[in-house]
Design a protein around this ligand. Structure first.
Ligand code: LU1
Ligand code: MG
Length: 214
């Protein structure tokens, strides 16, 4: 049967990227998406903004929602200090399989745990399953209608502390209007919008950074 786009992306990484080099894995995926098939990775332009926020926060605990093929997982993991706890959630088992191989090709398999399942089920289990009390940095890049319910879940589960940083992809395209309205109207968050473009296109998009004020 026909291969899937994630599988073709994995093949491109295995063929073109140097094993153990996160930068070459990132470049190989960006090349594949620019010259072969578009895919919904955060991409190089928004990825550079992601890099700068991760570097600024220098987190000890990190959560990513929506691993997909592991592109942003590799971008984040390559910047983390040793000993950082990094968890990424993905409910499609086929994506989990591809992502684990792409992360391993980058040599970052010991830096991140890919957990199969839905964020709604897994977020309440973070403390008991992974011994995590609060997250310093959270990257939201899963189904856009899950951003709002999940930030509320973080609050209810006590997973945010004063200064926790949330960074949300696609707040313009495809858009997360309810999430944006919530964080921008809540006195508990300080927000900043980073204008950019939809990965590998000239379409307007951007990232929203929200700092929890406690
Ligand atoms: C709730 C939950 N828990 C765990 N994993 C979850 C989850 N919801 C989705 N996921 C997983 O994340 C991934 C989904 C991400 C959703 N991202 C998107 O739908 C998405 C879509 C576009 C886009 C823009 C313009 C267009 F014309 C077409 C597409 C661009 C992007 O950057 C995106 O992240 C894969 C899925 O299995
Ligand atoms: Mg995205």
């Amino acid at each position: 049967t026909r291969s899937t786009r994630p599988q073709r992306m994995l093949k491109a990484v295995q063929k073109n990227a140097t094993k153990g080099s996160p930068e070459s894995v990132i470049s190989a995926i960006d090349y594949f998406c620019k010259h072969s098939e578009w895919a919904m990775n955060v991409g190089d332009e928004k990825g550079s903004i992601l890099d700068s926020v991760v570097t600024e926060v220098n987190p000890s605990t990190v959560l990513e929602l929506g691993t997909y093929c592991g592109y942003s997982t590799v971008r984040i993991a390559r910047l983390l200090s040793p000993g950082t706890k990094f968890i990424t959630l993905e409910f499609n088992p086929a994506n989990v399989t591809v992502a684990r191989q792409i992360i391993a090709h980058a040599g970052l398999q010991d830096k991140v745990t890919v957990v199969e399942g839905s964020s709604g089920d897994l977020i309440p289990q973070m403390k008991e399953r992974f011994g995590i009390t609060t997250f310093d940095f959270i990257f939201l890049d899963h189904w856009k209608d899950r951003y709002l319910p999940d930030i509320k879940l973080f609050e209810e589960c006590g997973l945010l502390r004063k200064g926790s940083v949330l960074l949300a992809d696609n707040v313009i395209c495809p858009g997360a209007p309810e999430y944006l309205e919530y964080v921008r109207n809540s006195p508990r968050y300080e927000n900043r919008y980073y204008p950019a473009h939809l990965e590998y296109t000239k379409v307007e998009d951007g990232l929203e950074k929200s700092v929890f004020l406690g």
